[in-house]
Design a protein around this ligand. Structure first.
Ligand SMILES: CC(C)(COP(=O)(O)OP(=O)(O)OC[C@H]1O[C@@H](n2cnc3c(N)ncnc32)[C@H](O)[C@@H]1OP(=O)(O)O)[C@@H](O)C(=O)NCCC(=O)NCCS
Length: 184
């Protein structure tokens, strides 16, 4: 699947993307992606190879003009009811990440808007929700710009990294969401 916007192409990962992916995953920019850290080009090549089979829900964000992979966006279908009642698989929680050299140029909004349109129109999404840490202003602004509502703040919700003394460092997490009927 290819998704095209004015400046970007969202496409499945290709083997040749390893160097660009290493550039932004060598130092994951936020704690929630800490376990995605790539330590070497060898690891980057292995990771990208695994991703090449993902063609529907996991996309490289590519600048059309240069062909450079500047980040990624992905979300998988989830059941709306985690207790197993008879509800549809119509809920998605996207993750987005850009190489920091390309922040604040509107690329994330351009990519996420096209990805939401794809999920709502082609993939049966009814509800899209996102978690973002309370200190992650960039991600919060992106959610708001996409028309997502802030639904709540979960205090000390999750831990991705430890404090210097080895105890878990818990993050305060905002939840944002938008329904298909709210999507313009
Ligand atoms: C979140 C992220 C993808 C945003 O990328 P971006 O390309 O800089 O975002 P855009 O340029 O499309 O900006 C979208 C909106 O957010 C605002 N914004 C972006 N970065 C911001 C920041 N650091 N502080 C405040 N607002 C910010 C922009 O100004 C814009 O709003 P506006 O048009 O009203 O001015 C990027 O910062 C990133 O990759 N961060 C690290 C990974 C991450 O945090 N992922 C989410 C985990 S929950």
């Amino acid at each position: 699947m290819l998704i095209e916007t004015e400046r970007l192409l969202l496409r499945p990962f290709e083997e040749g993307d390893a160097e660009d992916v290493f550039e932004y995953l060598n130092e994951p920019p936020v704690n929630c992606f800490a376990d995605m850290k790539l330590h070497s080009m060898e690891e980057a090549r292995e990771e990208v190879l695994k991703r090449t089979v993902e063609t529907e829900y996991y996309f490289a964000i590519v600048i059309k003009e240069s062909g450079k992979v500047i980040g990624e966006i992905y979300a998988y279908p989830e059941s709306a009811d985690e207790h197993g009642a008879d509800s549809g698989i119509d809920t998605f929680s996207p993750c987005w990440m850009l190489n920091k050299a390309y922040h604040r140029k509107g690329y994330a909004y351009e990519a996420a808007h096209a990805f939401f349109e794809y999920l709502f129109k082609d993939k049966g999404a009814r509800r899209i929700y996102a978690y973002t840490e309370d200190n992650n202003k960039a991600s919060q602004h992106l959610c708001e710009k996409l028309g997502m509502r802030q639904e709540g703040l979960f205090k000390e919700f999750i831990s991705f990294v430890n404090n210097p003394d080895g105890t878990p460092r818990y993050e305060n997490t905002y939840q944002y969401a938008i329904l298909k009927k709210e999507w313009k």
